[in-house]
Design a protein around this ligand. Structure first.
Ligand SMILES: O=C(O)CCC(=O)C(=O)O
Ligand SMILES: [Fe+2]
Length: 286
């Protein structure tokens, strides 16, 4: 079974129906060539300064991250194209449909370069909602969607280069303990600028890079419901002066707004100024 690839202008309902059925879809040209080129260039440069392998000492994370994989975050410090990608109309519409039934607002979980190096074996298959096991485990198989991700191709990705692998339908498995077998997975082969959009509940993982000399150029972007803590400390990564120039939506996605469970968007920033916090004029201290 292959994952379904859609054109970006496909009606949202069609894409959502297949996302609900398979747990993942590919959207061709999801991101603009300008954004993808800018991120490819910025990430390539940063990769030159980054040592492959996990920054963690723990065995689990060392295996999960891979010894010959380069990962880093804070992508908005490398290129403003990252902030444009956060506002992608199609990914936003899908995230609204998938996550807003469970929350008043969602925010960025992480934006992350994920470059798989030559000879790296396949990553373990996993579910991204595993980051918040307290929520999904007791409720499985009826657990709500709490996170939505996209793997973004910064160049053409095929199986040999380590395209992400997905087990279609595994987000609906009744048995939470059913093991994920690599033979059940399919490669999300896609062209540069395309995005694999996938449920936090579907089994997936980075593919093996079987080339001897090429790095897989891809990045990950995920949102998580506003009542859970993201992996990346977005609000600590970006200085207020930088965020002041971004759109209100991007400011909120990066945590420069309180979580508001209702429809009454207050626009405040946590409790620094309860009524009307203006990012362009932060409150004076002392
Ligand atoms: O690198 C990939 O293709 C997938 C990585 C991934 O799923 C993860 O680290 O959570
Ligand atoms: Fe993952």
């Amino acid at each position: 079974m292959e994952l379904v690839t859609f054109e970006r202008d496909t009606p949202l309902d069609e894409m959502l129906a297949v996302l609900q059925r398979d747990g993942g879809i590919i959207i061709r040209d999801l991101f603009s060539a300008d954004s993808v080129n800018a991120m490819h260039s910025a990430i390539s440069q940063q990769a030159q300064r980054t040592t492959p392998g996990s920054k963690s000492e723990r065995d689990f994370w060392r295996v999960f991250h891979g010894a010959n994989t380069i990962r880093f975050t804070s992508l908005g410090l490398l290129s403003p194209a990252y902030f444009d990608m956060l506002e992608n109309d199609t990914f936003s519409a899908i995230a609204d449909a998938v996550l807003l039934p469970q929350c008043g607002a969602y925010w960025v979980n992480t934006g992350q370069a994920m470059l798989i190096g030559p000879g790296e074996p396949a990553q373990m298959l996993h579910r991204d909602c595993g980051n918040w096991g307290e929520v999904f485990k007791p409720l499985w198989p009826n657990a709500p969607e709490i996170t939505l991700s996209t793997m973004i191709a910064l160049e053409d990705l095929d199986e040999e280069l380590g395209a992400t692998r997905v087990i279609p339908g595994s987000h609906l498995w009744q048995d939470i303990d059913r093991p994920a077998r690599p033979e059940e997975s399919v490669a999300a082969t896609m062209s540069a600028g395309s995005g694999l959009v996938y449920s936090g509940k579907v089994f997936h993982g980075g593919g093996a890079n079987r080339t001897s000399d090429r790095w897989r150029m891809a990045m990950h972007l995920s949102f998580v419901v506003g009542w859970l803590t993201p992996e990346e400390a977005n609000a600590l990564e970006y200085p207020t002066e930088l965020v002041a120039n971004l759109s209100p939506r991007v400011q909120a996605l990066l945590g420069f707004a309180s979580y508001d469970p209702g429809a009454h968007r207050s626009g405040r920033l946590w409790t620094r100024d309860f009524d009307a916090w203006k990012i362009s004029s932060p409150p004076q201290r002392g």
